[in-house]
Design a protein around this ligand. Structure first.
Ligand code: WQD
Length: 336
């Protein structure tokens, strides 16, 4: 049985990926520092799959702890989620973001180099494209100067991976996520935003649950059909499955270069107002919202051309926006 390390494995996307790995017969070991999640997620994963993953509470910024882990754990692959991911916060704490998102990446790669480990999956983001010149966005679209420190850590992370894979013959895939939303159909795991949600869907569900007075729609003067910004919302379970597909590609040595990257989205763009309308339908509840000014750093539109990912990963999304919103609403209700 192949043993896979999942860093950040108790987080939103990490926990859903651990479930899919276990469903596929992989042995999973999780590293998480619990800075943005709770240990209770480990029990929830165990409830879903019946298998309790091995868990180590480790701060990957502590090089000696990383070394010690690998002294005692031989793994056949690594899926690296652990990172800070709040776009706004990253602008006020750049050094924390560079240390946590990149320092830890280097430590993991050094262990892979020194112990001849292989098969690394990196959590990247469509934010590397900025506002793409052409839509839908293909992997050929140029990477643009990041609008945020967070986005820059993803860009620099990919550069580090490119260089390390070439110099040390490591096999690495970066998955450029579009907008992950929703929750597991068992309603046992989902998104647990700390404090005021920065992302659209948790703010929508908390508004519908009466925890927020109303949703502020950041701008309706964009050059889109209804004036609100367009994004590619992908169900977190579909996103989790893309990681399994990428891991299998590396393990079976089907990758064509040492370093590869794929756009992982649904391929469909939805505006904020369209999401609101779909949520009202999915939840059966009218949503309180008001139009306000644009949020700094936001782009007009982004949605994926999924041709390459569909073909090379033999993967495509199976769940609709409505299903994702329904699962997000069920998850929110379970929290209250
Ligand atoms: C979506 C749309 C907002 C909140 C970011 C990161 C990306 C990834 C996902 C980590 C935009 C609008 C939002 C609100 C609103 N993060 N909105 N009112 O900005 O596309 O992507 O999160 O990996 O890397 O860049 O996602 O959910 O914040 O916003 O009107 O209260 O909803 O303007 O158009 P975004 P988002």
């Amino acid at each position: 049985m192949k043993k896979i390390l999942v860093t950040g494995g108790l987080g939103f996307i990490g926990s859903h990926t651990v479930v899919e790995l276990q469903n596929e017969g992989f042995e999973v070991v999780i590293i998480d520092d619990l800075s943005n999640t709770s240990i209770g997620v480990l029990d929830k994963i165990t409830e879903i799959t019946g298998i309790k993953p091995d868990f180590h509470q480790i701060d990957l910024r502590v090089k000696s702890e990383v070394k010690n882990f690998f002294e005692n754990n031989k793994v056949d692959g690594i899926i690296h989620f652990a990172a800070f991911k709040a776009v706004g916060e990253s602008m006020h704490k750049p050094l924390d973001y560079y240390e946590n998102n990149l320092g830890t990446l280097v430590y993991l790669l050094q262990e892979m180099r020194d112990r001849k480990l292989d098969n690394f999956i990196f959590s990247s983001s469509c934010t590397v494209y900025g506002q793409a010149d052409e839509l839908p966005i293909t992997e050929k679209a140029p990477v643009k100067t990041a609008e945020s420190v967070y986005g820059n850590t993803k860009q620099i992370g990919e550069e580090i991976l490119r260089d390390a894979s070439k110099a040390h013959d490591l096999n690495i895939i970066a998955l450029r996520y579009f907008n992950p939303i929703g929750a597991h159909p068992t309603v046992k795991i989902g998104e647990l935003p700390l404090g005021v949600p920065q992302n659209l869907i948790p703010f929508v569900t908390q508004t519908a649950a009466g925890m927020r007075k109303e949703l502020s729609v950041f701008g309706d003067d964009y050059d889109t059909q209804d004036g609100t910004a367009i994004r590619d919302y992908i169900h977190v379970v579909d996103l989790a499955k893309a990681h399994i597909a990428a891991l299998k590609r590396l393990i079976s040595k089907r990758n064509k270069q040492n370093f590869e990257f794929f756009n992982v989205g649904s391929g469909t763009g939805s505006s904020v107002l369209e999401v609101i309308k779909a949520f009202e339908k999915a939840s059966g509840k009218p949503l309180n919202y008001k139009i306000v000014g644009r949020r700094e750093g936001d782009i007009t539109a982004a949605f994926a051309d999924t041709t390459i990912a569909n073909k090379e990963l033999n993967w495509k999304t199976e769940k609709s926006l409505d299903e994702a919103l329904e699962s997000a609403w069920k998850w929110q209700q379970a929290q209250n």
